[in-house]
Design a protein around this ligand. Sequence first.
Ligand SMILES: [Zn+2]
Length: 210
Amino acid sequence: MNKKNDVLVDGLIKENVSLKKECNLCKESILKVGQKTGYGTVTIFKLGDNKNGWFATLSPRTGGDPEKDFTIQLMPFAHLTHFSQMGYHPELAENYGIAFSKISWAMTKIMAEEEDFKVTSDSRDKATSIATYGKCTNWREKKEHLHIKIFPFRGDIGQPYTVDSSFGKKEVYKDKKTGEEFVKMKPVRKVKISEKRFDYLSGLLISLLD
Ligand SMILES: [Zn+2]
């Protein structure tokens, strides 16, 4: 491996990750469980301390069915911008695993309660599927506080993603005017979850994750 590159990547991993005044997620990280932000997310879970900790919020909007679906966002307290920084403090990586698993468990509990749950489902439609999405990008405008989304994988939100082999198997169409190739996807529109449902979900998640 190239020595110069090693030093540069090391610089990224060891970057200062202390609280940034201008970062929204750093501001959210100091809220207590049950507290709401100005844009409506509520903190549902906290684990660990400033160096090794993670917190999760429930989003007031969903790209799925607002009667059933919801999105949880998992973030480190520290201003990490890259996945590779997670292993710098072993406890940070450990807490990530615990948090991710607990949140997935709580989400499954809620989905199972509302659907006809089976350990192994007979069909895709009836399955209790969960997906996660997160990325780390390091160009200036998009070098953001790490955030990982966890959500029921169904409906319009549950379409095959570019990394899925089923996405690659989609029928390819050609734009008549430009000749550009494309595949069809259903549009995803984020809608607000009703206040009653949101309060119910946040309360339930807080008690399950306590
Ligand atoms: Zn931050």
